[in-house]
Design a protein around this ligand. Structure first.
Ligand SMILES: *[C@@H]1O[C@H](CO)[C@@H](O)[C@H](O)[C@H]1NC(C)=O
Ligand SMILES: *[C@@H]1O[C@H](CO)[C@@H](O)[C@H](O)[C@H]1NC(C)=O
Ligand SMILES: *[C@@H]1O[C@H](CO)[C@@H](O)[C@H](O)[C@H]1NC(C)=O
Ligand SMILES: *[C@@H]1O[C@H](CO)[C@@H](O)[C@H](O)[C@H]1NC(C)=O
Ligand SMILES: *[C@@H]1O[C@H](CO)[C@@H](O)[C@H](O)[C@H]1NC(C)=O
Ligand SMILES: *[C@H]1O[C@H](CO)[C@@H](O)[C@H](O)[C@H]1NC(C)=O
Length: 402
């Protein structure tokens, strides 16, 4: 019989095993920065720029997307870039393949996720460059179509294992929330603030609508010019839009981060990328304290006051796409150059986090996250610890399926 303590001890904290270092360790590619793009236009934002040429080397890495099979690197291989393909599955498989590739030594590499996103007008606007501390997988929930929901539900989304919206999930998968190095984020934001962000007349015209109704003073940021903002990113394969889903996932963010996260941008990959990097960090292949997630805003997650939700999503010209792509480069170049430029004195040693980093299970440090139910309960609710309580939750989960 294995005690709970012994079981937990064996479950994670995989010790760093370097007993058989591959003989060619020194010939591996060890970039200082890898830029992670999610689709073509985000990738192309970095091509043909005056500062560096990431297309000097194209390295085929098994497991990457058939659409984007290469890792691109500068001639000196100090800066590299890849495109994951869109949505959670593509991001997870691509980053796992990179992180476990024997072609690379990524132990000192900074991972810079640089993509576009929807944006919450309460915190930022189109063209803004946002930097996340948390990534929240907001749609990892039960869902019934809102037309069939009980009259007293505020949304059709219900946290897994729970009985109503707003209840803390009783069933944990482990990827619900990731927390990143806040001190590194502060540095990245400091670099990005040197940027002159792009804007356009058409984007200004559309965002002005968010200021039109004074009862919506809450959208002050949505109606203001683009800026660099610290706020968090939601991940969902479903490209949702509208007041009610945005509010529902704002509530989910608050719930899952115990009130410390700020629901701000919405994209389809970051939690998957972070789960892949976390698994690699467990085996000391990457350093989880060296990740920056930047999302520049291409569109609003909800209509302006008085606008129809479907019109906003499907027909309106929000005019944010071009400036968001341009601002990946304008803000991001300062981050890349900042890290490479201060490599010797600062970044080669790493930036010590002042906050918990990792997932909801406490996988990396074994410590307790500052969100979630705590390591032991989270493991229990994930089904990893088959206690009486989790067995009953699991059996309920599966009997509901039959
Ligand atoms: C690398 O690939 C890009 C497009 O994917 C291409 O434009 C570039 O010329 C390639 N570089 C080399 C050195 O082949
Ligand atoms: C909704 O109403 C039902 C009874 O009609 C009640 O049992 C349940 O607790 C209510 N749920 C919420 C979220 O208020
Ligand atoms: C302003 O917003 C309030 C609350 O949503 C709404 O009732 C009102 O009709 C709006 N007014 C205009 C002019 O859009
Ligand atoms: C979000 O939470 C607030 C506060 O609990 C609640 O009033 C609102 O109805 C919720 N919104 C949705 C869409 O669930
Ligand atoms: C987060 O909130 C949940 C639900 O309210 C609670 O059970 C848990 O203890 C909280 N976690 C932390 C670290 O405060
Ligand atoms: C996804 O990752 C972001 C950080 O980029 C974090 O804020 C969020 O909580 C994560 N969500 C899930 C469900 O893992």
């Amino acid at each position: 019989m294995v005690s709970l303590k012994q079981f937990l001890a064996g479950l994670a904290f995989v010790p760093v095993v370097l007993s058989h270092p591959p003989p060619d360790q020194h010939s591996k590619i060890a970039p200082k920065v890898i830029i992670i793009s999610m689709f073509g236009p985000e990738g192309e934002a970095w091509w043909g720029i005056p500062e560096f040429d990431v297309l000097a080397h194209n390295i085929t890495v098994p497991g990457l997307s058939p659409l984007y099979p290469h890792v691109h690197c500068t001639a000196d291989k100090v800066i590299c870039q890849l495109i994951t393909g869109e949505s959670e599955i593509n991001a997870a498989v691509t980053i796992t393949s990179l992180a476990f590739s024997e072609l690379f030594d990524l132990r000192s590499t900074y991972f810079f996720v640089a993509g576009i996103a929807g944006v919450n007008p309460m915190h930022a606007t189109t063209g803004s460059a946002t930097f996340a501390r948390y990534a929240i997988q907001v749609a990892l929930q039960y869902e019934i179509d809102a037309r069939e929901m009980p009259h007293n539900f505020t949304t059709g989304y219900v946290p897994q294992g729970s009985l109503a919206p707003g209840q803390y999930p009783q069933s944990i998968y482990g990827t619900e929330v990731f927390e990143l190095n806040n001190e590194l984020r502060t540095r990245a934001v400091g670099f990005a603030k040197n940027a002159q962000l792009a804007d356009s007349a058409a984007a200004q015209t559309y965002r002005a609508n968010y200021l039109q109704n004074s009862t919506h003073g809450i959208y002050q940021m949505g109606g203001s010019p683009p800026s660099v903002v610290e706020c968090d990113v939601a991940t969902s394969d479903v490209y949702y839009s509208g007041d009610l889903l945005s509010q529902a996932f704002d509530n989910t963010t608050t719930l899952l981060t115990n009130g410390t996260g700020q629901y701000c941008t919405t994209a389809q990959e970051d939690n998957a990328t972070l789960e892949a990097l976390l698994r690699a960090a467990v085996h000391d292949r990457v350093d989880f304290s060296r990740i920056v997630v930047m999302r520049t805003a291409s569109d609003f997650d909800r209509p302006y006051p008085g606008e129809d939700a479907a019109y906003h999503l499907l027909y309106a010209d929000q005019a944010g796409f071009e400036i968001s792509i341009e601002n990946i480069y304008r803000a991001g170049i300062h981050v890349v150059q900042g890290i490479v430029g201060e490599w010797k004195e600062t970044f080669s040693h790493g930036v010590k986090p002042n906050n918990y980093i990792g997932d909801i299970l406490g996988t990396l440090s074994g410590g307790n996250p500052n969100f979630g139910p705590g390591r032991i309960l989270a493991l229990e609710e994930s089904g990893a610890l088959l206690t009486k309580r989790s067995r009953s939750v699991l059996s309920k989960r599966w009997s509901n399926r039959l």
